[in-house]
Structures are given as structure tokens and as C-alpha cells.
Design a protein around this ligand. Structure first.
Ligand SMILES: Cc1cc2nc3c(=O)[nH]c(=O)nc-3n(C[C@H](O)[C@H](O)[C@H](O)COP(=O)(O)OP(=O)(O)OC[C@H]3O[C@@H](n4cnc5c(N)ncnc54)[C@H](O)[C@@H]3O)c2cc1C
Length: 388
């Protein structure tokens, strides 16, 4: 393998494969992933709104084909609704057309597209940054001296750390793939509760009529010494509404992972390195949804590499392109998360917040817009005046 290449992309998730796919049309690109098989093991719920919903969610972003034209074999199921449960058991719902994607198939599809565009793919290979380039260990051990590096290596990014960023604020998630469950297969459901999902939420994402991804995502500081596996098990067995749907089901797979929750990390560009996707903190903090931003950021990162290496465009322009396309939504999602952080410690406050928002206002919160009830009340101070 040649050491001197133009671009190395670390991480073949949605961000890295999209970046490699775009860049490989013009540049000499290597795409590296430590996973033996691209896309596996899966660490995701797979929920992805339909393209027209994404246009409303990210109105300034250019959505690549990777989000518009997903092959049917990568789509396991479609949902029509999002339903949100308060701790008191009340629910509100709104229309959202969703695709539930098979992340293993989707990630392999994107990496195959990158390969077709000319990228060299190196699975089962771990990258480490060293002076002047990358040290590769595993199947394709060796050294690379790329002119530029895109760090698309997920929430614990080593490229980000090498650039001097601190570890990012994350939610920790555990998820079951369950079968033989009695769910509403039209609805992606979210459950808020200080007992069953402290500082986050629990979810049921249908994979078919009787199959679902069932998970909890919480922030460690809210766990107070509890094990996340116990929290998930309690949700499945004891949650007053969810247990009726889940308790008699069987678990086919258990997965664990981190989701960035604090927005953009300190610096997403340094020297010849840029970050995209989870590595950069590109996840909407209101939902934990990271696939759309990862693909958009990957597209911008790949194009920035071309512009930089072929025309000398400064890499700082990557920051402004990201800011223009989805900076507002990302920042607002973190702002909303911080507004409701205190409420998340008390079921009484979550119930009050839930009562104050109409279904349409909940939908706008999911779209990282701030509806007036959220602005006018002092949720962040733990307002005690609201009773359901
Ligand atoms: C339990 C869970 C459920 C989720 N559910 C949803 C959901 O329903 N919808 C949604 O939109 N988002 C969801 N997310 C978030 C979503 O999965 C991520 O935002 C998305 O995968 C980000 O893509 P990425 O390409 O930035 O990073 P990743 O998909 O994490 O890819 C990073 C890649 O880098 C590789 N890598 C890391 N370090 C190295 C190294 N040193 N050398 C080589 N390779 C390396 C990893 O193996 C990995 O393949 C969920 C996350 C979790 C944990």
C-alpha cells in the first residue's frame, strides 16, 4: 500500500463513508475502520425520518442521495407516528414519517458506494495518530502519510483527542433487539421518566409487526450508581405502559453505545485534520438522532477536502459550511436540552412540561425549535408552580 495518499478517512460509519464517497470522485482516498465487518456490530436504533421530514428538520442543509435514495433492502420498516409518554402515563402523538434502517446494510451500502467511487477500504484496521500521519494496526498494518485526515471515528474519537479536544459530553445507551413483542408498529415511541430513563429517555422503535429496538439513553450523572442494564431491564419489566408491550417478548441482541449530547466539540478543524459526525458532536441533543447530521457533515467534509487539496481553499471554511447548513439546529437542540435538564430530575416537573406542550409543539422541540411554553417558563430553575 502506498504511504503517500491525499486523504485518509478514519471511521466507516455514515459520516466517514459519505466523506470518502464524495472525496474519492476527485482524490486518492483511504477509508479505515477497526471493525472486521463494516457496519457490524450495530450500535443504533435505526430511526431515520423520511427525506421530506429531514428537509423540514434541517431546512438549510443539502441532503445527499445517501439520505434520499436509500435502497429498500436497507429499510426494515416504516412508521407514521411519534408518540411521547410522560411519567404519569399520558401520551401525545404527532405525525412523522420514519424509516427504520438496517444499520449493518446501510453502512455497508455507503462503504460500497465509496469503493465504487474509487476509495480504498481497510476494514479490521485500527488507526492511531503519530507524528506526520497514521499508524495502522490489525489486518492492514502499516503507516500512512496523508495530506489530510478526516476524523469520522465516532463519539470517542482519537482524531479529536489528538487535536486537543477534551472528551465530549455523552449519553450512555443500552438497547435490546426484541422479538415477539406486542407493539404499535406504526409508532416510534419515547418514554420520559426519572425512574425508567434518568436524564434521558427510553424508546421502542418498531422493526416490524412484533419486533422492535428497545433502549434507554441516559446521562451518567443521573444514574446515581445504578447499572444501565438494570435500568433497561426495569423499563422492559416494570414500566406501567411499556411492560404491557414488552414483558413477554424475547431479547435477540444486546448492544451498548455512546451518543454525543453536548453539541459541537471544542474544535472541529486543526491543521490538516477535520472532524465529522459523532466525532465532532454532530448529534441533535433533543432526540439523540445522529445519522442525518453525520451524512450531511460527511458530504461537506469530503467536498472541503477536494476544495482544499485541489484549489487551496482554507480548511476553516469547513466550519462555516457546517454552521450554515445545520449549526442553528444543533445549537438549539443543546439549548433545549439544557433548559429541561433540571426538569429531567423530577417526574413532577416532566409531567408539568409535558402538559404545557401541545403535540405540534412537541414535534417542533424534536425539530430543535423552541416553542413559547418552553421559553416562558423557568424549567431551567426547576419551576415549582406547575401542577398537572
Ligand atoms: C444505542 C444507540 C441508538 C441510536 N439510535 C439512533 C437512531 O435511532 N437514529 C439516529 O439518527 N441516530 C441514532 N444513534 C446515533 C447514531 O448511531 C450516530 O449518530 C451515527 O452512527 C454517527 O455516525 P458516524 O459515522 O459519525 O459514527 P459511527 O457510526 O460511530 O462510526 C464511527 C466508526 O469509526 C470506527 N472507528 C472508531 N475509532 C477508530 C479507529 N481508531 N480506527 C479505525 N476505525 C475507528 C468505528 O468502528 C465506527 O465504525 C444511536 C446511537 C446509539 C449508541
Amino acid at each position: 500500500m502506498r504511504e503517500d495518499i491525499q486523504l485518509a478517512v478514519v471511521g466507516a460509519g455514515p459520516a466517514g463513508s459519505t466523506a470518502a464517497l464524495v472525496a474519492a470522485r476527485e482524490l486518492d482516498v483511504v477509508l479505515i475502520d477497526r471493525k472486521s465487518e463494516i457496519g457490524s456490530p450495530v450500535q443504533c436504533g435505526g430511526f431515520l425520518p423520511e427525506a421530506w421530514e429531514l428537509e423540514a428538520l434541517l431546512p438549510r442543509a443539502g441532503l445527499p442521495d445517501a439520505l434520499r435514495e436509500i435502497p429498500e433492502h436497507c429499510i426494515l420498516h416504516r412508521t407514521q407516528l411519534q408518540r411521547i409518554y410522560s411519567p404519569s402515563g399520558k401520551s401525545k402523538e404527532f405525525a412523522v414519517a420514519g424509516r427504520v434502517i438496517d444499520r449493518r446494510a446501510f453502512d455497508r451500502h455507503l462503504a460500497s458506494q465509496a469503493a465504487r467511487a474509487g476509495a480504498r477500504i481497510l476494514p479490521a484496521t485500527r488507526a492511531t495518530l503519530v507524528e506526520g500521519g497514521l499508524e495502522l494496526s490489525g489486518h492492514y498494518a502499516g503507516r500512512l502519510r496523508p495530506q489530510m485526515i478526516i476524523g469520522a471515528d465516532g463519539p470517542s474519537s482519537i482524531v479529536s483527542r489528538y487535536m486537543g479536544n477534551p472528551a465530549q459530553e455523552v449519553g450512555i445507551c443500552q438497547e435490546y433487539e426484541m422479538t415477539d413483542v406486542d407493539i404499535d408498529s406504526d409508532a416510534a415511541e419515547m418514554f420520559f421518566s426519572a425512574r425508567y430513563a434518568p436524564g434521558g429517555y427510553a424508546w421502542i422503535i418498531p422493526l416490524g409487526p412484533d419486533r422492535a429496538n428497545v433502549g434507554v439513553g441516559v446521562r451518567a450523572s443521573y444514574l446515581s450508581g445504578q447499572r444501565l442494564s438494570d435500568v433497561l431491564q426495569r423499563f422492559v419489566q416494570d414500566h406501567p405502559q411499556a411492560s404491557k408491550k414488552l414483558a413477554s417478548g424475547e431479547v435477540l441482541a444486546v448492544m451498548r453505545g455512546l451518543v454525543p449530547a453536548g453539541g459541537t466539540v471544542g474544535s472541529i478543524q486543526k491543521g490538516n485534520m477535520i472532524l465529522a459526525g459523532d466525532a465532532a458532536g454532530h448529534v441533535l441533543a433533543t432526540s439523540g438522532g445522529g445519522i442525518p447530521l453525520a451524512v450531511v457533515a460527511g458530504r461537506i467534509a469530503g467536498q472541503s477536502a477536494i476544495d482544499h487539496l485541489q484549489s487551496g481553499t482554507p480548511l476553516q471554511e469547513y466550519l462555516s459550511s457546517i454552521g450554515q447548513e445545520f449549526g442553528r439546529e444543533l445549537d438549539r437542540s443543546v439549548q433545549i436540552r439544557k433548559m429541561v435538564d433540571v426538569a429531567m430530575r423530577s417526574d413532577r416537573l416532566i409531567n408539568a412540561l409535558f402538559a404545557a406542550l401541545s403535540p405540534e409543539q412537541m414535534k417542533s422541540v424534536m425539530r430543535a425549535q423552541i416553542p413559547s411554553p418552553l421559553r416562558s417558563r423557568h424549567w431551567a430553575d426547576g419551576d415549582r408552580s406547575d401542577k398537572e
